[in-house]
Design a protein around this ligand. Structure first.
Ligand SMILES: [Zn+2]
Length: 66
């Protein structure tokens, strides 16, 4: 873990390996996101700075990520 992450926490960004997942461009809430993916682990959060992964993010964690 990098010093920055220790001090300020990880800088999560959305990652996906599944092209079927489309983040609706005008989604106002998670309920409007088009998560019509099949299969598992198609969406995860990854730290932009140290590369740490959160493979099973909660909806709350997804919401907090940029
Ligand atoms: Zn980090």
């Amino acid at each position: 873990m990098k010093v920055f992450c220790k001090l300020f926490g990880h800088t999560w960004v959305h990652k996906t390996s599944n092209p079927k997942i489309r983040w609706s461009t005008n989604a106002k809430s998670l309920a409007e996101l088009d998560l019509s993916a099949e299969g598992e682990s198609a969406l995860w959060l990854e730290c932009q700075r140290c590369g740490a992964k959160n493979e099973n993010p909660t909806r709350e964690e997804i919401k907090r990520a940029c």
